[in-house]
Design a binder for this molecule. Structure first.
Ligand code: NDP
Ligand code: OXD
Length: 312
């Protein structure tokens, strides 16, 4: 079974090395580097695949994505109608939890304010609420958010979630558009871990921000590690400037890299990171991908199978 590495913009060197080390019995070819016969390709291993290539692979059996978000794969209208498998991996979940906890604590412990004071050599303590008084709302309660929740709970935060469907959960979980207003009204620090779909595009906007709780002295805060297309950047910028948002962390942007002339770079209390919330480690990740290829070949259940209608 031959796998074609297919990415428009990811440096694949580490992935290729990890693959050759971990799965020497599974041949790989790299689009853009190797000459190959399209009829030989059984699997595509994708990250933001260049459009038009997958449709040239007549014997493609499945698409395995190098990331959890498959929006760039689903967006290719000409891809063959084969199963898409997204990345579900413990290493990725741990990394996302690190990012989320770092950002929640940064805003909760008023790190941007103290950093600004330090630059001015200013010594001014601010009142610090206790963690149980702050409510963290996990928007999108999937694999990654469910890994974050117990860590935030262990720190003492109140944690609630919002998902598309109703499902059993250890935390209070709201669902669907009907459940959104109550979820937002009970959220001081919003963490968005939604996938990018037609339903979620632009959901992080002024209207949503206006519905967040203003009860906590450290909120409302918005953290987005999902996808840039979920956010209306100009509305987030305006909310930061007006104080409607006390702080924000954005890891993802509609245009990446974020252009140097974007006004977001100068927004108050905004922490910008360059889409690094959870970057999969190839060595750790190749095994989880190849083991799911094996499950797929045996006809066993495959974790991370994407529903092409839902788009995630
Ligand atoms: P999952 O598919 O496991 O979880 C997605 C969650 O979002 C589910 O709870 C789902 O609801 C919910 N959801 C989807 N659509 C809607 C909707 N219309 N309304 C309400 N809830 C909705 O994904 P992961 O947790 O694995 O990953 C989440 C996203 O994080 C990825 O899609 C990717 O975009 C992003 N990501 C970003 C990274 C970074 O470095 N910045 C790294 C890795 C991922 P339900 O449970 O009902 O299905
Ligand atoms: C992902 C990402 O979707 O890295 O995994 O953004």
């Amino acid at each position: 079974m031959t796998t074609l590495f297919l990415s428009a913009d990811r440096n694949l060197d580490d992935w290729i090395a990890a693959w050759r080390e971990t799965a020497p019995d599974r041949p790989i070819l790299v689009h853009g580097q190797d000459d190959y016969d399209p009829a030989r390709i059984d699997y595509a291993l994708t990250w933001r695949p260049p459009s038009g290539v997958m449709q040239t692979l007549p014997n493609l059996k499945a698409i395995f994505n190098m990331g959890a978000g498959v929006d760039a794969v689903v967006a290719d209208p000409d891809r063959p109608p084969v199963p898409i498998v997204r990345l579900v991996d413990n290493d990725l979940a741990v990394r996302m939890s690190e990012y989320v906890v770092l950002q929640v604590l940064s805003h909760f412990r008023q790190a941007p304010a103290y950093a600004a004071q330090q630059a001015r050599r200013e010594w001014t303590p601010h009142d610090q609420p206790s963690a149980p008084s702050a409510r963290v709302g996990l928007m999108g309660y999937g694999v990654l958010a469910q890994h974050c929740a117990p860590i935030l709970l262990a720190l003492g935060f109140n944690v609630i979630g919002w998902s598309r469907s109703k499902k059993p959960s250890d935390i209070t979980l709201y669902h669907g558009r009907d459940g959104l207003p109550e979820f937002l009204a009970r959220t001081d620090i919003l963490v968005c871990l939604l996938p990018m779909t037609e339903d979620t595009r632009g959901i992080l906007n002024a209207d949503l921000i206006a519905q967040l709780s203003t009860a906590s002295p450290v909120g409302p805060v918005l953290i987005n590690a999902g996808r840039g297309g979920l956010q209306k950047s100009d509305e987030i910028l305006a909310a930061l400037q007006s104080g409607a948002l006390k702080g924000a962390s954005l890891d993802v942007f509609e245009t990446e890299p974020l252009p140097a002339d974007s006004p977001l770079w100068d927004a108050p209390n905004l922490i910008i990171t360059p889409h690094v919330a959870a970057v999969p480690d190839p060595a750790a990740t190749v095994t989880s991908i190849t083991s799911r290829m094996t499950a797929f070949e045996r006809g066993d259940p495959v974790a991370g199978l994407v529903d092409p209608v839902r788009g995630y």
